[in-house]
Design a protein around this ligand. Structure first.
Ligand SMILES: [Zn+2]
Length: 211
């Protein structure tokens, strides 16, 4: 997931982060050093996105299977995903998006990086909210998605220890978005018909190019 709301203000390295979306105004870099850093960030982002499955890839439509074995491989994959997520300016990334059909995802909770394995939505508020979402697998597409405001999600961490999280606002939205990925569900499926049509029009040229 890549949302423009991602708050980077406490993260100096990412001070000038931005989505690659068309509506971004990029400040002219003040110094050559800043220009070089911006170019490096952009290159890292492109490399990360090249490793993330993009719309049209059938794997994004598949249901991931429960993690049954907690070995040393899982934390290693999760660390790699956390790196990709940050490089790509995202705040969440599901295993499905890197072609691994196992039920886990990573996300940034505003302070630290987290891994949630075999996540289950234990509770969801009846009150919902509509907000726009982007996705690291859907390029610059952003659509309004209605979701419960507050949730309790249960699962385990990368070592298999049980985890229960009560989340609201943006974080509740992020984990619901990532949980959807594990079931092969994308934000375009949750958009209203007109937004969905627009999004698919935006995505179609990518499909042709990727053939
Ligand atoms: Zn996504």
């Amino acid at each position: 997931m890549a949302t423009a709301e991602h708050d980077h203000e406490h993260d100096h390295d990412h001070d000038h982060d931005h989505d690659a979306a068309v509506d971004v105004v990029v400040d002219a870099p003040a110094t050559q050093e800043e220009a070089r850093e911006a170019a490096e960030r952009e290159a890292r982002k492109r490399m990360a996105l090249a490793q993330i499955r993009q719309y049209g890839d059938p794997v994004l439509r598949m249901r991931a299977a429960e993690v049954e074995v907690f070995d040393e491989e899982l934390p290693r994959i999760a660390e790699r995903m956390i790196g990709l997520m940050h490089d790509a300016d995202g705040i969440g990334l599901a295993a499905t998006q890197v072609g691994i059909l196992r039920r886990f995802f990573v996300f940034h909770d505003g302070e630290s990086d987290r891994v949630l394995v075999n996540p289950v939505l234990a509770q969801a508020s009846s009150k919902t909210e509509v907000d726009d979402e982007g996705c690291l697998s859907l390029g610059a597409v952003r659509v309004d998605v209605e979701r419960p405001i507050g949730i309790t999600i249960e699962g385990s961490d990368a070592s298999g220890a049980p985890v229960s999280l009560e989340l609201d606002g943006l974080l509740a939205r992020v984990v619901q978005h990532e949980l959807d990925h594990l079931d092969g569900v994308l934000i375009v499926d949750r958009a209203d018909p007109e937004s969905r049509r627009q999004a698919l029009r935006q995505l179609r040229p990518r499909l042709l190019l990727s053939r």
